[in-house]
Write a protein that binds this ligand. Structure first.
Ligand code: 3NM
Ligand code: MG
Length: 515
């Protein structure tokens, strides 16, 4: 029997949800812009429509997807799919079993199945699924999840379990442009990789869907086409400290080689020090704060550093815009929630940031990170005070990373870094760091510089950044010409510069523990 299944490009799979459209937006118009932008596959997902209006909407939807030669998949409803001659049906674990769907729709239609574990994946593959939707990767507010999110490692486990079966896969749940590089590159091995991402809210709620989908499709294609096992140790499941240090040493000189622009909107106290630290590492600082600069800079930017230390409404608005513009261009956005829970105003502002922006890395001191994670966290002004157990620190970074789908770094005597799965403790640093202003902000700057050149593995970028700055602080403090905070501050910039030019010395100095 010959099979005429439509050829499908799974890279950017839009799953619809009309309730998420921006206010006043027409669904079909929005869809058309998404298709113009580069969505490669569409699933019409309607949970509350009666059959007749569902068929009517599916017909209208298909008229548009046909215009762009993009296949249309119908969620759940075999009858609706048949009624409009859609390309296929997507079923979940509680929907009609695959064999029955196949019986109704025949061999020339696509059947996609949602799977959440290895067993469901095996069943779907054996029953003849045409593709798998693996999820949920992360928390999502689009659907009530009955099971814990898989995380990137959970996705990888499922991909490995169906290795060699030749069934395309997409991941779903909490996916946006910012976390797509990590998702695709870190779920891949040398033999398995995702074929694309399925996205609901990020695309449905976009106010500029054409441009957004264009940017998003570029990010996906870039990472799907180069997906092979991440070359870094943080991309696998070993916990090898020496291999991690090798990766750090490889990363440091890339900043000087590539010289990325690192745009900062930071607080008044640290502008100069942050710019000098950026230069010391070989990157280019730009400290522009005007909202009209933000979009232009996002085009050429390497990474965006946002530091909420100076709370001011105009600057906050510029920062939110900067976060959104940089995400749109696929650049990492690093957030320093200075004094995040210290005052009521700061609580309001930090929660606005966390609601309206998709951060790549959140880097704060223990008061800020424990506070945001809801695990206490004390501060005096914007400085962190008080102590905490390692287990609490590790839990805080991990939970916050999972909640915000990013990497979280918490600085203190020991620094803790997590991507939501793994936690790494960093023991380097010197107490003189606490005697100068803005050393925490400088750490965030350095994370920005590293993230600008390592755009798939932000756990590595953050660990590398903090370790490099910490070792520079030890080297500075140990210099005979350093008498105290004033000389330490200049020596720190010098030592950062020296380390950047001779990173090999990191090998013997680095003190890193996987937890
Ligand atoms: N299915 P968003 S998660 C429709 O886990 C759907 O199978 C999921 O929405 C699964 O991109 C999900 O807005 C919603 O997070 C994904
Ligand atoms: Mg379903």
């Amino acid at each position: 029997m010959t099979c005429n299944k439509p050829q499908v490009d799974y890279s950017l799979y839009l799953v619809t949800e009309r309730s998420l459209l921006p206010k006043g937006t027409n669904f079909l118009e929005h869809l058309e812009l998404c298709l113009k932008g580069g969505v490669t596959l569409v699933q019409l997902r309607e949970k509350n429509l009666d059959t007749r209006p569902f068929i009517e909407l599916a017909k209208q939807t298909k008229a548009i997807t046909d215009k762009y030669s993009i296949p249309l998949i119908i969620n759940d409803r075999v009858d609706v799919a048949l009624a409009v001659d859609a390309a296929g049906v997507h079923v979940g674990q509680d929907d009609m079993p695959l064999q029955q769907v196949r019986h109704f729709i025949g061999d020339n239609k696509i059947i996609g199945v949602s799977v959440n574990n290895v067993q469901e994946a095996a069943e779907a593959v054996n029953a003849g699924a045409d593709y798998l939707g693996i999820g949920a990767v992360w928390f999502t507010s689009t659907k009530t999840l009955t099971k814990k999110p898989l995380g990137v490692e959970g996705v990888q486990t499922i991909l490995q379990s169906i290795e060699g079966k030749n069934v395309p896969t997409v991941a779903i749940g909490g996916i946006n442009m910012q976390n797509t590089p990590q998702l695709i590159s870190k779920s891949s091995t040398s033999t398995v990789h995702l074929d694309g991402v399925a996205v609901v809210s990020a695309i449905m709620s976009s106010t500029e869907p054409e441009q957004f989908c264009k940017d998003f499709a570029n990010v996906v294609i870039q990472y799907v086409s180069k997906s092979e096992k991440s070359s870094f140790v943080t991309g696998g499941d070993q916990k090898d400290e020496n291999a991690l240090i090798d990766d750090i040493i490889k990363l440091v000189p890339l900043i000087r080689q590539k010289g990325p622009l690192v745009h900062h909107i930071t607080n008044n106290v640290v502008i100069n020090d942050n710019a000098n630290a950026t230069l010391a590492l070989g990157a280019s600082p730009i400290m522009a704060t005007h909202p009209e600069d933000v979009a232009d800079l996002a085009v050429v930017n390497g990474a965006m550093v946002l530091n909420m230390g100076t709370v001011d409404e105009t600057i906050t608005n510029a920062m939110v815009l900067a976060a959104q513009e940089n995400v749109r261009h696929g650049h990492p956005v690093i957030f320093d929630p200075v004094g995040a829970v210290a005052t009521n105003l700061r609580k309001k502002v930090s929660s606005r940031f966390l609601k309206e922006c998709e951060f790549t890395v959140i880097k704060g001191n223990s008061g800020e990170i424990l506070g945001l994670a809801g695990k206490g966290g004390q501060s005096r002004g914007v400085d962190s005070i008080g102590s905490h157990e390692e287990s609490i620190a590790a839990q805080a970074v991990k939970e916050l990373a999972l909640r915000h789908k990013c990497v979280v770094g918490m600085t203190g005597a020991t620094d803790y870094v997590s991507d939501g799965q793994r936690v790494i403790a960093l023991e380097n640093g010197h107490e003189l760091m606490a005697s100068i202003t803005g050393s925490g902000c400088m750490a965030t700057t350095v994370v920005g510089c590293f993230s600008a050149v390592e755009k798939t593995d932000f756990l590595l970028a953050t660990v590398a950044a903090l370790t490099t700055l910490n070792i520079a602080s030890e080297n500075a403090a140990n210099r005979p010409d350093v008498q105290g905070p004033g000389t330490f501050r200049s020596a720190l910039i010098d030592e950062l510069f020296k380390l950047s030019n001779a990173p090999e010395s990191i090998r013997n100095a680095a003190k890193i523990r996987w937890l």
